[in-house]
Design a binder for this molecule. Sequence first.
Ligand SMILES: O=c1[nH]c(=O)c2[nH]c(=O)[nH]c2[nH]1
Length: 295
Amino acid sequence: MPNLVHHVHGKKRVRVARTWREGSMHHFVEWNVEVVIESAMAHAYKTPSNEGMTTTDTTKNQCYVVAKAMQKRCSPEEYALALGKQFVDSYPLISAVEVRVEQAPWRRTRVHGADHDHGYTFTAPCLRVCAAVVSRTKPPAVRSGMRHLRVLKTTQSGYEGFLVDKHTALKDTRERIFATAVDVDWTWSKPPGCYDNAYTAVYDALAENFFGPPRGGVYSPSVQYTLYQMGSAAVERVDGLEQITLTAPNLHFVPANPPGAAPFADDVYVATSEPHGQISCTVSAKHGFAPLAKL
Ligand SMILES: O=c1[nH]c(=O)c2[nH]c(=O)[nH]c2[nH]1
């Protein structure tokens, strides 16, 4: 009989919305949840028996059960940890669970300059994501991140001094648009005091280093350099952040020179999304990751 090398089951794209009412102030989140279960349920693959099987339908129901059990408003990370624990505590054949959560970009709206007590708009700058792995044998592990952090600046970006050979068409420039949609993933060496505040601090560190100060900005000599600056700022600023990976498409805005018009003057571009550069780096906190000195 061939070896069953690996198996997992679970539910994907479970859409959970949760309101917490604190008097007239309401807090709202919408989560897209995926649960991946590792279990001693190989018999369900190798024999007709489903004995002891946690069904994917029950898995979906547990997403709502645990959302209801979160009595106080919570971060997606806290929910993912609680949901993972619920599976491990409830079902003896489950050895480990990975819960992945994507938080929809609802943001409290402001009317006449004031926070609205129950109004939201779909305007957060990106999707917030996290994953928690809860296992019977190891301490829980949490990852956090952002998807499609779309940012653009119209100037203060260039690229020059690169290798030129007979196949190189690109010209040195100190003036171009820098646009990207960054995916960001980070791990924790210890849980932050508050996942929500830590997320905001990571966002601020990334944004400040992409854009620079409001007046004048900061010059980017390459996507690579700027990604490293962004990642370093996050690692240095956010306590407990262990390692961060930024993955960034370089979305090219190509100078447009339509026939019969005056030459390009950093004004009209062909906006593109494909093909795009693809640039990524991982930055670690100093502590814990320096290679051991050889004795
Ligand atoms: O910032 C950049 N990095 C690259 O690696 C690259 N390659 C390219 O064609 N343009 C750019 N820009």
